[in-house]
Design a protein around this ligand. Structure first.
Ligand code: URP
Ligand code: ZN
Ligand code: ZN
Length: 471
């Protein structure tokens, strides 16, 4: 069915103008004024509203066996929550552990999403060990359209890789034109510090941050950058949380290392005092890298506004209160993760644009366009242009609300941002021309989402940004 969005203010990463948008067969076919539509077209009046390209969350966990349990969402629940929050595409971490077969893991993760997600999606393929079979398996996964790998320098003996394996992964990625995303914390130091704290009787969630201090993340970030520099691979630091790690990544950027930086919404909005809260409240705010000293937030916002931090993801990873209580006697057993897939866009708009240093262009860039470019989805995703998928977010900048677990769609019994004000929210959200959200409610088709195939090589994807313009 055709779709016409009328009278909105279209905002992309590099333009802002009033126009109508018309889509047919899932694709934007016309942008202009006073556009007409056939009588059976779906028409949305966007007067007084902003129209953004569908937002992209480049870092989510949905199916995740981790820390003796499983993350709570399914692709049904997570994708509906994502769409209500304006995210139309997400990239999930496919995370078989070190003892599992990577290719079997890839097919398992795919089967959890296919026919279940209402969003479009892709995967970062984790390399959690590098053995004889790894090269041929990764080649097969890349042939299936996957553009990026994931390595963990943390989580020793489970997801974590050694330096030898990081080197081999980066070398292969360079050959295949894939980009490698990395969780950068020094596993050895984390393990040693955890044991020392526990031996001193320091077992509560407030000790999680001291067990993974800023210097440990800076070391991991610097080491990853050094390996990129010496292999020539392109890399992407996930969930960068603090100033010393940012300095390590920026130093590498200034040496010409091809390194991109993601920070995630919990690190912009929450600080380590949340994990120091009494009782289960502290446990709910445990993730890795940990919530940091508040002074880091100003540094992250500034670097984001200037474009040094490329993208804002979520690291969405829901564990409910009962699961968090697995770690009530030892912080090392608290399942790591804070859910955020539903709230990322509204929080970034409210605290980044309305109350913070972001202009609307950088907001769209950080929450959509740049991820599309880095991960080979642009210009199909990440912009509003003739020929792009009709993934559109009609956004009401005058809406107000309060974040609460009682009204969320994520499958969890708490919300880490409980009580925070939002100023702005999506009213209508479309995925490839189909209205999935209307008046803020999911009214769409479950399981409609498609696995996205990378378009071109990583280089093509980044270079196309200068060639692609609205026609
Ligand atoms: O605490 C986190 N971040 N949980 C999910 C796993 C990861 O490290 O991304
Ligand atoms: Zn991580
Ligand atoms: Zn993660």
């Amino acid at each position: 069915m055709a779709l016409l969005i009328k009278n909105g203010e279209v905002v992309t990463a590099d333009s802002r103008y009033h126009a109508d948008i018309y889509a047919e067969n899932e694709t934007i076919t016309r942008i202009g004024t006073n556009l007409e539509a056939p009588p059976d077209a779906e028409v949305i009046d966007a007067t007084g509203k902003l129209v953004f390209p569908g937002f992209i969350d480049p870092h989510v966990h949905i199916y995740l066996p981790f820390m003796a349990t499983f993350a709570k969402d399914t692709h049904e629940t997570a994708s509906i929550a994502a769409l209500i929050g304006g995210t139309t595409t997400y990239i999930e971490m496919c995370c078989p552990n070190r003892n599992e077969d990577a290719l079997e893991g890839y097919h398992l993760w795919k089967s959890k999403a296919e026919g279940h997600s209402a969003c479009d999606y892709s995967f970062h393929m984790s390399v959690t060990k590098y053995g004889e079979e790894t090269e041929s398996q990764l080649r097969e996964i890349v042939r299936d359209g996957i553009a990026s790998f994931k390595i963990f320098l943390a989580y020793q003996n489970f997801f974590g890789v050694e330096d030898r394996e990081m080197y081999q992964t980066l070398t292969l990625a360079k050959k295949l034109g894939a980009i490698v995303t990395a969780h950068c914390e020094n596993a050895e130091l984390v393990g040693r510090l955890q044991q020392r704290l526990l031996a001193d009787g320091k077992t509560g969630p407030q000790w999680h941050e001291p067990s993974r201090p800023e210097s440990v993340e800076a070391e991991g970030t610097g080491r990853f950058a050094t390996f990129l520099e010496n292999t020539g691979a392109a890399g992407y630091v996930v969930h960068l949380s603090c100033e010393p790690a940012l300095k390590a990544a920026m130093a590498a950027k200034s040496r010409g290392v091809r390194i991109f930086i993601e920070s995630v919404i919990p690190h912009f909005m929450l600080d380590k005092t949340y994990a120091e809260r009494k009782g289960v409240e502290g446990l709910k705010h445990i993730m890795s890298p940990p919530l940091r000293d508040k002074r880091n937030q100003k540094v992250l916002w500034t670097a984001l506004a200037q474009g040094f931090i490329d993208t804002v993801g979520t690291d969405h990873c829901p564990f409910d209160t009962e699961q968090k209580l697995l770690g009530q006697d030892a912080f090392t057993n608290i399942p790591n993760g804070i859910p955020a897939i539903e709230d990322r866009v509204n929080l970034l708009y409210t605290y980044g644009v309305n109350r913070g240093p972001l202009d609307l262009y950088r907001f769209v860039d950080a929450a959509s366009t740049r991820a599309a470019k880095i991960f080979g989805l642009f210009p199909r995703k990440g912009t509003i242009a003739v020929g792009s998928d009709a993934d559109l977010v009609v956004y009401d900048p005058s809406a107000k609300g309060i974040i609460s677990a009682s009204s969320q769609h994520v499958n969890n019994d708490y919300n880490g941002f409980e009580g925070m004000m939002i100023e702005g929210r999506p009213t209508e959200v479309t995925v490839r021309g189909k209205v999935q959200v209307r008046n803020g409610e999911f009214i769409g088709e479950r399981g409609r989402g498609k696995l996205l195939k990378r378009e071109g090589s990583y280089h093509d994807a980044t270079q196309s940004q200068t060639n692609h313009r609205r026609t």
